[in-house]
Design a protein around this ligand. Structure first.
Ligand SMILES: Cc1ncc(C[n+]2csc(CCOP(=O)(O)OP(=O)(O)O)c2C)c(N)n1
Ligand SMILES: [Mg+2]
Length: 616
């Protein structure tokens, strides 16, 4: 076994007695059973044919034959995000393996626990440009938490045990295990290690008491605190602890895209999402807060904009299980490395309720003056579809979104009430994620309706998985928000590139016929008046998938928007001045200065509101 990142030395397994002689393929299958793997997403080929033969006899594990290995990887991600369990992928060597790269990179960016098994050519052919050989360990090295090439069947069970442990512990992530064909045919005694001991890998879960005390000291002096919560709060099942903490402090809470659902958005303390397309009031609250408590979040550039100007008045506390995330993008004052749930629970005991009445009242005014808004009309607005979906489900649904404008509207206009009710590709921003990820989620849970929401562009990137979904009669709601454009790119071209639309117009297939060709019942809504009825019909289908195309207004933009790398002072909240600048044929600078000129007044008012609270 090689340990490409050199950190898996010193393994120790205990309590093993030599078991029955088995082939590598059988050991593989038995090991997955030992890990309680329920479902494997995969696609067979020459290098894995022996493994597939061994899988044939096992009823404890369900293998889902996707229609593309990228689909398998995103499905495993969706399964992992919906359930909290690791997602498992099995593909063949060469092209099978390289097709997983996007999904692995996606899981790496979003801290999703995956174990990806790739077939490999026999050991003696490695490095020979053998048929279907790819150095997948090398190719994926920068986007895996760890990877292994198994060189002997004697290492196989231990390697699998370690792979699952590394994928799911600490900050979760994808682990790749490359399985040469001859190793899988070798035989040895099988026993599955009970314990993993990795000397150089010991995630810290308990926060340091001194750091917790220091943080509590800062918090107890805060006048204008804000909690900034990321996906780590969901990964560590911290929602109840977060709520208890925020409510004890009476501290407003804003979440990142991946934090959505960690704090109920109908709670008066909720500010919704922050960042580039976050709410006006969340961004203002962060801008004027005096203590920022970052929880399981990584100060991503889509959140911070210009880092020097992010929360400029605040002392910053950062709770995260990954020490390498601390002060990576933004310098913090009090880091606490540890599991978010445990740290929050301890911190709650050490803080006192704060006198935040004035601060909360100011934020309330901001909410009233700058709500998320859009203008309805005959032509469907994507925002309306999302809002109506929220009303009809009461927030009891899992939304799995793709990447683009519809993704941002789904983040803004649905009231997320539960952890794991929002699944999306945040870090990598992978178009084509939603359909297979929703499929994977549906294999993991059936307690809530699962809704895949894609744009017309992204849907076409992995639409082959419609066949898998139909084959398994998964009760998915598959929505395509068809604006005829690569909408998010078009929005940037409109606002910052003088409306010169370059390669963003889509000539689309008839989506309804396409869905029907896959064997999926399908509907289309083209006017606002039809939306409610179509949604109700779709939500009533429970015995299999249903597809809905929403033909929406073509050239609408997502607001608010803080242009990339800028600050709240450049936030475009009000579409009208922007539209005027665009209509005048102006470029980036002109749009910005016009929008800014018109908006400076509202921002200045916010500054005044906040200044009243700042003791000088
Ligand atoms: C695989 C991939 N290629 C390109 C992009 C760049 N990109 C981001 S959003 C977007 C447009 C998405 O269009 P669509 O799926 O129709 O969604 P809309 O924005 O119109 O809602 C593009 C091309 C991406 N995120 N992922
Ligand atoms: Mg589109």
């Amino acid at each position: 076994m090689t340990s490409p990142k050199g950190s898996a030395a010193g393994n120790e397994t205990r309590g093993q007695t030599p078991g029955k002689m088995m082939s590598g393929a059988e050991i593989f299958v038995r090991s997955l059973v030992a890990e309680k793997v329920e479902v494997v997403f995969g696609y067979p080929g020459g290098a894995t044919i022996g493994i597939y033969d061994a899988l044939h006899d096992i009823s404890d594990i369900r293998h889902v034959l996707t229609r593309h290995e990228q689909g398998a990887t995103h499905a495993a991600e969706g399964y992992a995000k919906a359930t909290g369990k690791p997602g498992v992928v099995l593909v063949t060597s060469g092209p099978g393996a390289t097709n997983t790269v996007t999904g692995i990179a996606d899981a790496f960016m979003d801290s999703i626990p995956l174990v990806v098994f790739t077939g490999q050519v026999p050991l003696r052919l490695i490095g020979n440009d053998a048929f279907q050989e790819a150095d997948i360990v090398g190719i994926t090295r920068p986007v895996t938490k760890h990877s292994y090439l198994v060189r002997s069947v004697d290492e196989l069970a231990r390697t699998i045990r370690e792979a699952f442990y590394i994928a799911t512990s600490g900050r979760p992530g994808p682990v790749l295990v490359d399985l040469p064909k001859d190793v899988m045919a070798q035989k040895t005694h099988f026993s599955y290690p009970e314990k993993v001991e990795l000397r150089s890998y010991r995630p810290i879960v308990e926060g340091h008491a001194k750091q917790i005390r220091k943080a509590a000291g800062l918090i107890n002096d805060a006048k204008r605190p804000v909690l900034y919560v990321g996906g780590g709060a969901i990964l560590s099942d911290a929602a109840p602890a977060l709520r208890a903490f925020a409510e004890k402090l009476r501290c407003p809470v804003t979440t990142t895209l991946h934090g959505l659902g960690s704090f109920p958005e109908d709670n008066p303390l909720a500010l919704g999402m922050l960042g580039m397309h976050g709410t006006w009031y969340a961004n203002m609250a962060v801008n004027f807060c005096d203590v920022l408590i970052a929880v399981g979040a990584r100060f991503d550039d889509r959140v911070t904009g210009k880092t020097e100007a992010f929360a400029p008045e605040a002392k910053k506390i950062h709770i995260d299980i990954d020490p390498s995330a601390i002060s990576k993008n933004v310098q913090v004052d009090v880091p606490i490395v540890g599991d978010v749930r445990r740290v929050l629970t301890k911190l709650t005991e050490e803080v006192l309720p704060l006198a935040t009445d004035d601060w909360l009242r100011t934020i309330e005014t901001w909410k009233e003056e700058h709500p998320l808004r859009y203008q309805n009309g005959d032509q469907i607005r994507a925002q309306y579809v999302i809002q109506m979906l929220g009303e009809l489900t009461g927030g009891d649904a899992v939304l799995v979104t793709d990447v683009g404008q519809h993704q941002m509207w789904a983040a803004q206009f649905f009231t997320y009430a539960h952890p794991r009710s929002h699944i999306t590709s945040g870090g990598l921003g992978t178009m084509g994620f939603s359909l297979p990820a929703a499929m994977g989620a549906a294999f993991g849970r059936s307690d809530l309706p699962i809704v895949s929401i894609s744009g017309d562009g992204g849907f076409q990137m992995n639409m082959q998985e419609m066949a898998t979904i139909v084959q398994h009669r998964l009760p998915l709601k598959i929505f395509v928000i068809n604006n005829g454009f690569l909408g998010m790119v078009r929005q940037w071209q409109e606002l910052f590139w003088r409306k010169r639309y370059s390669q963003v117009e889509l000539a689309n297939p008839d989506f309804v016929k396409l869905a029907e060709a896959f064997g999926c019942p399908a509907m289309r809504a083209t006017t606002t008046g039809e939306v409610r009825d179509v949604l109700q019909k779709a939500l009533a289908v429970n015995d299999g998938p249903v597809f809905v195309e929403f033909v929406v207004a073509q050239e609408h933009n997502v607001y608010p928007m803080i242009p990339a790398g800028q600050t709240v002072h450049e936030m475009l909240d009000n579409p009208e001045p922007v539209a005027a600048a665009v209509a005048a044929g102006n470029g980036n600078d002109a749009v910005m200065s016009l929008a800014k000129g018109k908006q400076t007044r509202t921002i200045r008012k916010a500054v005044n509101d906040a200044t009243l609270l700042i003791p000088r």
